[in-house]
Write a protein that binds this ligand. Structure first.
Ligand SMILES: [Zn+2]
Length: 458
């Protein structure tokens, strides 16, 4: 925008306005600077939150709470929209500060059980520190070999060859094209200085002979540090080999539940946040009993796979294109902590609506007659929590019913997607189907809702 004013001033001095009598005497820049400052204020306070571009840098300035700036006339906002494409497309305003946004393009090859993808990742340094590296979780490496913390602490996966899973960063570059791939370094944050302190009571302590072997966290030292309140964009190419379904991610036959599947940035905690006495990355190896910690992020994910698969995700389906037997589905999710997806040829889809929330149930054909039970349970959970805690802020929720041979994916939550659990011929009086749906929705709700969304209600 500022460039526009500089150009206008340039024209005034040297060409157009110079030719108009009187105009040359008017100082245009001093007039425009306050106007520009006002626009920046609107921009920061939320006006452009609803109208600015995914790729523009505007999200950097977005804060929780939405618009506090003056409302613009629709005509004016239409004109401004010509300058800014949309950042908020689903929610009216961001629910938390925008620290990370992921733009992912991924393709599933069902034969090799592999997902290849590209990520454009933006990260804003939320601290007063100069940050010299980025740290990513590579969760699928928990299934890579017996030396991972996950396996060594007792969560066994089948020993069959072909059951392994991993995620490789094939390439990572800054937006300026600098290749950082050679700098990647696996780190084991929980082994230094006292691994036993980070071992939960149910977990086996890590044996010293496997120290240094876990590959579920990687550090990328940067050539140019990220200054306070500034941002960095990196482009990542990755390959994920999905493990045989266990511990809630992977494949079985041609059923896919794709979770913890891409290099996911850790959380940089500024001094004073939670337990952080000084600023630093809060990353941990993948332990058998740990959960996943991430920033609320913007996700735009394009998934390509053969067209006969039915796909569901934690995002809202924005677009679908089919060509040469393949489909590309564009999902988008705002302010969620994790993005997972699933694909199966067998799913039947049931859609319903509760207030603003579009509920999409992906159910096995043999459980189809129980669809109503899941939907009613989800609506009950939405209603109950909205009445007693605060409204569910998203307008989409996906419920996934895995097949019997995919039960490894059952009973889990990913903010806007939950996995249910039921059995064929489950009697109506045994409320297991309802219980799992409500239970997982409860996890998703309490784990996923940004504090600002709840606090604004209270
Ligand atoms: Zn639970």
């Amino acid at each position: 925008m500022f460039i526009v004013f500089i150009v206008v001033d340039f024209l005034r001095k040297y060409w157009f306005f110079g030719k108009c009598k009187g105009f040359g005497k008017i100082k245009i820049v001093p007039i425009f600077v306050p106007a520009f400052a006002k626009i920046v204020k609107w921009y920061n306070s939320g006006f452009v939150n609803r109208n600015s571009g995914f790729d523009s840098r505007s999200w950097l300035n977005q804060t929780a709470g939405g618009s506090k700036g003056p409302r613009l006339q629709p005509g004016v906002s239409k004109v401004l929209r010509l300058f800014f494409t949309k950042a908020q497309q689903i929610l009216p305003a961001p629910l938390s500060p925008r620290i990370t946004q992921y733009k992912i393009r991924a393709e599933l090859d069902p034969a090799s059980k592999t997902v290849k993808g590209e990520i454009v990742l933006d990260w804003r340094n939320p601290s007063r520190d100069t940050v010299k590296d980025l740290q990513f979780h590579l969760y699928l490496n928990a299934f890579k070999n017996a030396r991972s913390t996950f396996r060594a602490q007792g969560r066994a996966a089948s020993a069959d060859q072909g059951d392994f899973g991993y995620v490789d960063i094939d390439e990572i570059r800054t937006s300026r094209g600098e290749d950082l791939t050679g700098r990647l370094k696996f780190i084991q944050p929980d082994e230094n200085p006292a691994p036993e302190k980070l071992t939960l009571p149910e977990e086996k302590p890590l044996a010293p002979d496997i120290y240094g072997k876990d590959q579920t966290v990687v550090s990328v030292p940067l050539t140019t540090a990220v200054l306070p309140d500034s941002s960095i964009r990196v482009k990542i190419r990755f390959t994920s080999k999905l493990p045989k379904l266990s511990s809630r991610t992977g494949y079985n036959q041609d059923y896919f539940f794709v979770a913890q599947w891409f290099p996911k940035l850790g959380v940089y905690e500024p001094a004073g946040m939670r337990y952080a006495q000084k600023g630093g990355w809060n990353t941990h190896q993948f332990h058998p009993n740990s959960e996943f910690y991430a920033n609320h992020s913007l996700y735009q994910v394009d998934i390509t796979l053969p067209e006969e698969y039915v796909v569901g995700s934690g995002g809202k389906l924005m677009k679908k294109e089919v060509a040469d037997g393949k489909q590309t589905l564009s999902f988008r999710a705002e302010n969620i902590v994790d993005f997972a997806w699933t694909a199966s040829k067998a799913y039947k889809v049931v859609e319903d609506q509760w207030k603003q929330v579009n509920i999409k149930l992906l159910i096995q054909p043999e459980h189809y007659y129980q669809a109503e039970r899941h939907i009613r349970a989800a609506k009950y959970a939405l209603e109950y929590l909205a009445a007693h805690v605060g409204p569910y802020p998203w307008n989409h929720l996906t419920i996934v019913d895995p097949p019997t041979y995919g039960q490894g994916a059952g009973g889990m939550e990913y903010t806007t997607m939950i996995t249910a659990g039921t059995f064929y011929l489950l009697p109506a009086q045994i409320r297991m189907a309802e219980m799992v749906t409500i239970h997982e929705f409860g996890h998703a709700y309490f784990m996923g809702i940004p504090p600002a969304a709840i606090l604004s209600v209270w």
